[in-house]
Design a protein around this ligand. Structure first.
Ligand code: 3PY
Ligand code: MG
Length: 270
């Protein structure tokens, strides 16, 4: 790969749809990257029992699919960011960034000199990105800064002014918690809606992409219309649960005579 297809797509004015991996299961990553049209996957190290050696196998599972793999680090410090990028992820998601200073620490940890302070020594980066890794890594590595606190929303102009911040991404649950309103994705509380809109508007002013963790494809379509570009729909575990529940609901609806045979055969993948 010579450029990051997710950055390329957003620069063309298109939205990108991914999901979170909360399982860190390479077999799941294999299916998602090779058999679906998702634009990217983010492995979540912030809240899950995923270790770095398991995550390497997630990267191996995605290899050859052309789908970029990103990782949410537990905390925006340079040791975590270096480790995660050095094993071959093509971008970082940094939780709970409250100000421009923290955003700058994240960018500098993700970029080699002269744009940053990342140390040299990524063997797996050279495998993931291919030949010329050190020349192209800064351009290709996506930096996603999470906005999860009204303190950050108040400083969104300063945060977005930090060179190298590609995406400002809303964590709806933590934003709700810090705003003091009921938690939940697709949050309809007016204070939450107003805070998210401030981030979207600032993104348009600064030419920084925006996104939010969505609960469903239906929400993602509304967020795209709102002017955002970077969304996970739920997570691998969440999509599995939704898929099972949807099929069980179909069994019930079929037994109650509410469904007809759609006339299509069932395919071969199971
Ligand atoms: C949140 O909702 O707080 C998140 O971090 C979602 O990724
Ligand atoms: Mg959060």
């Amino acid at each position: 790969m010579d450029s990051n297809p997710v950055l390329d797509k957003m620069k063309r004015g298109e939205a990108t749809i991914g999901t979170w991996s909360t399982t860190g299961d390479p077999s799941v990553i294999e299916v998602l990257t090779h058999m679906t049209d998702l634009d990217w996957i983010t492995v979540d190290f912030e809240h899950n029992a995923i270790d770095v050696s398991t995550a390497v196998n997630c990267l191996r599972a995605s290899q050859g699919s052309g789908i970029p793999m990103f990782a949410r680090v537990p905390y925006g410090d340079k040791v975590w960011i270096k480790r995660i990028l050095d094993i071959g992820f093509m971008g970082i998601v940094v939780p709970d960034v409250k100000n421009a200073e923290q955003a700058l620490i994240a960018v500098q940890a993700a970029k080699y000199a002269p744009d940053g302070l990342r140390g040299i020594g990524s063997a797996r980066g050279q495998i993931s990105y291919g030949p010329g890794f050190y020349e192209k890594a800064n351009e290709m590595t996506l930096v996603v800064i999470m906005i999860e606190d009204p303190v950050a929303v108040d400083q969104i102009d300063e945060i977005m002014a930090v060179p190298g911040v590609d995406v400002c991404f809303i964590g709806p649950n933590d934003l709700a918690q810090t705003l003091g309103v009921p938690i939940g994705l697709d949050n309809k509380h007016p204070d939450h809606i107003a805070a998210v809109q401030k981030v979207v508007d600032a993104g348009k002013r600064h030419g920084v992409f925006t996104g939010a963790h969505t609960a469903s494809g239906e929400e993602a379509s509304r967020r795209i219309k709102q002017g955002m570009q970077w969304f996970p729909i739920s997570s691998d575990a969440g999509l599995l649960k939704m898929g099972v529940e949807g099929q069980l609901a179909s069994v019930k609806a079929g037994l109650e005579g509410q469904l007809d045979d759609d006339g299509e055969d069932g395919g071969t993948f199971y």
